[in-house]
Design a protein. Structure first.
Length: 644
């Protein structure tokens, strides 16, 4: 586990270069889905530094964040299913971080990012990646850190900053950072004036905070000295008194960004001259300052280590310390959603319907009502014989992150199983010929005649084998007028890409977090100019769609009902909430959601396992369908209950 600290420092420049070139698409995909929900960030040891940097990045764009350790996570369980979560870890092997993942998985988070600088770690083997769960695992060219995290911290922070630049249109220019060598820093700084002091008070502000956290972590873990952390103004509220009583054994470090210069200078000038004070400055005034200051903190740690005769990268951990580290204590065993009376699928099906945090938020009467409705719904599903299935496309059978690659092999395998049994499969999509192309590439042509597609939210319906011209329709008069008069010169045209088709207008915000604003503005325009009985607007996972009031995915559903000779039709979609683009279709009595649900109790339930969303949930539903005869299938309740 140990490694000479100076050797680790020699790899910093290589690590920075590596992190600047590493692919960060999965991290950006996670950020693109945050939608300004709270972000809970979990880390231990040195990873706490990364966690605080991510928190600052998110707060900089208006988000609310919370940094926590694995054990503290126990107190946050009720907020996890309505929050975004990030786990940051250097090696992905410590028992606390693995137990944290297991706990989070049980709590059904909105989105989860696992960032780990080690491939094939125990954590990577535990994680189930999906639309809402991203795992980023990468090996550093320098190998594992020693006892203290160094290169893993820098690599993780740089990857996060780069992904933020992509997702939030930030301009943190890491290329402007000029690497400072250890010898240069020690020569130019006055850090030697602090050597021999038992205690250091570290003052910080803004982007200096992660560096302050890191120096406290490293000094404590390597037993180099005592660190007292405080921001510049909190220092004024009594913490200065330490200096009056322990001035002989205490020094002060001020981490200074350009924004802190004035408060730092004025504060340091008021501290008695006999107390040594050292400024650690950076020319950067944004997230790049964090990188610069953290590297300088590493150098300070090394200098103090040499002075006290302790190698911070290999401090010779005693046996009792190793035993404490490996102590078997699984926080996931204390999950509030573990129940002997109500299984997790039923719990979260009700939680999703009622928009609460846990069943304890409901009265006994409400719990009784919803448990009864859930059981009625499951019984109805399992006691019905179906002749067709209608599925939404994006977010349901095609991953949102790979929406231009087509459905996954797992989904195609399940659909092919049904098609080979002469089950009619309907696909309802807001897209056009790209879906036809993907499905033809994935499904054997013998089965094309059993696949019926509703293009552009089912404004045009045809079988997969039919060569239908999807661009030959005249433009809808109401849509065209609405676009020309109200959309073309509106703010929406500035912040979104607008795709105008004959029967549909799709609005794709450049920043996904502006989607709600666009939706509300469209509703207000429709209301103001009296288009309520002419146009309707729905929201999908990636866009907002406007179309003629008479267009509906229900048209495909009704078409399939007519074709199955009195048998029932099962519907599956991902946007069942009010104004979701599957909401009309999922009002059908036999409907399942793999994402958001309506408030109605007799349809549109999401009964998937906690943390199983999107395409993974669709796969679990499809694998629970048993073919009982040619053109007929049933929902196997027992098989579904056993599935993950």
């Amino acid at each position: 586990m140990g490694k000479p600290f100076e050797g680790t420092l020699e790899k910093i420049e290589e690590t920075i270069d590596f992190a600047n070139k590493t692919e960060v698409k999965l991290v950006s995909d996670f950020f693109n889905r945050l939608e300004k929900k709270p972000l809970v960030i979990i880390g231990s040891g040195g990873s706490i530094t990364v966690a605080h940097t991510l928190a600052l990045l998110y707060e900089e764009v208006g988000g609310i964040s919370k940094v926590t350790t694995p054990y503290e996570l126990l107190m946050l369980q009720k907020v996890l299913n309505s929050s975004n979560i990030s786990l940051v870890t250097a090696g992905g092997g410590n028992p606390d971080i693995i137990s944290s993942y297991k706990l989070i998985e049980k709590c059904d988070p909105s989105n989860l990012l696992v960032l780990c600088t080690r491939k094939d770690s125990p954590l990577e083997k535990s994680i189930s990646v999906s639309d809402n769960i991203k795992g980023v695992f990468t090996d550093l060219p320098c190998g594992k850190d020693g006892f203290l995290a160094v290169n893993s911290i820098l690599a993780s922070i740089i990857m996060l900053i780069r992904a933020f630049n992509e997702s939030f249109n930030r301009h943190y220019d890491i290329s402007k950072y000029k690497f400072v060598t250890y010898d240069m820093f020690i020569r130019e700084s006055k850090i030697k004036e602090l050597l021999g002091k038992e205690t250091l008070i570290v003052l910080y502000g803004g982007w200096g905070m992660p560096a302050a956290v890191d120096i406290e972590s490293k000094f404590s873990e390597a037993a180099l000295g005592n660190i007292l952390l405080t921001d510049y103004r909190n220092f004024a509220h009594g913490r200065h008194h330490w200096l009056s009583k322990r001035s002989e054994s205490t020094g002060v470090i001020a981490l200074v960004t350009p924004s802190d210069v004035q408060i730092a200078e004025r504060t340091l000038n008021l501290i008695p001259d006999k107390i040594p004070k050292v400024k650690i400055e950076t020319i950067f005034n944004d997230a790049v300052a964090t990188i610069d200051l953290i590297v300088k903190v590493f150098y300070i740690v090394n200098e103090f280590g040499k002075f006290v005769g302790i190698d911070p990268g290999n401090p010779k951990v005693p046996l009792f310390g190793r035993n404490i580290y490996n102590l078997k204590y699984s926080i996931d065993k204390k999950c509030i959603y573990d129940s002997k009376t109500i299984k997790s699928k039923e719990q979260f099906a009700i939680i999703r319907k009622t928009k609460i945090q846990s069943l304890s938020d409901l009265s006994e009467q409400e719990i009784k009502f919803w448990r009864s409705k859930y059981q009625d719904y499951i019984d109805r599903l399992s006691n019905t014989t179906f002749g067709a299935i209608v599925l939404d496309y994006d977010g349901t059978i095609c991953s949102l992150d790979d929406r231009f690659k087509g459905p996954s092999e797992d989904i195609i395998e399940e659909l092919t199983r049904l098609l080979n049994a002469d089950i009619l499969v309907g696909i309802a999509t807001g897209r056009g010929k790209s879906v036809r192309k993907d499905l033809r590439n994935s499904i054997h042509n013998e089965n094309w005649c059993k696949v019926i597609i509703g293009y552009y939210n089912c404004s045009k319906i045809s079988y997969l084998h039919e060569e239908v011209d999807l661009s030959d329709d005249a433009f809808d008069d109401y849509l065209n007028k609405f676009y020309q008069v109200m959309l073309k010169d509106s703010p929406i045209s500035i912040i979104s890409e607008i795709e105008v088709r004959p029967k549909q207008i799709s609005i794709i915000p450049h920043d996904i977090k502006r989607k709600k604003y666009c939706l509300e503005l469209l509703e207000e325009l429709i209301e103001k100019f009296d288009y309520r009985d002419k146009l309707k607007v729905f929201m999908s996972s990636h866009s907002i769609d406007l179309f003629n009031y008479q267009v509906s995915k229900v048209d495909l559903l009704n078409d399939c009902i007519k074709k199955v000779d009195g048998l029932s039709v099962l519907c599956i979609g991902d946007s069942g909430e009010h104004l979701g683009n599957d909401s009309e279709m999922l009002m059908h009595i036999h409907s399942l959601s793999v994402g958001s649900v309506s408030n109605l109790w007799d349809c549109c339930w999401n009964i998937s396992s906690p943390s199983v969303h999107g395409v993974r949930a669709t796969k679990s539903y499809l694998s629970s369908l048993d073919v009982v005869d040619s053109g007929k299938f049933v929902f196997n309740k027992k098989k579904f209950n056993k599935a993950k």
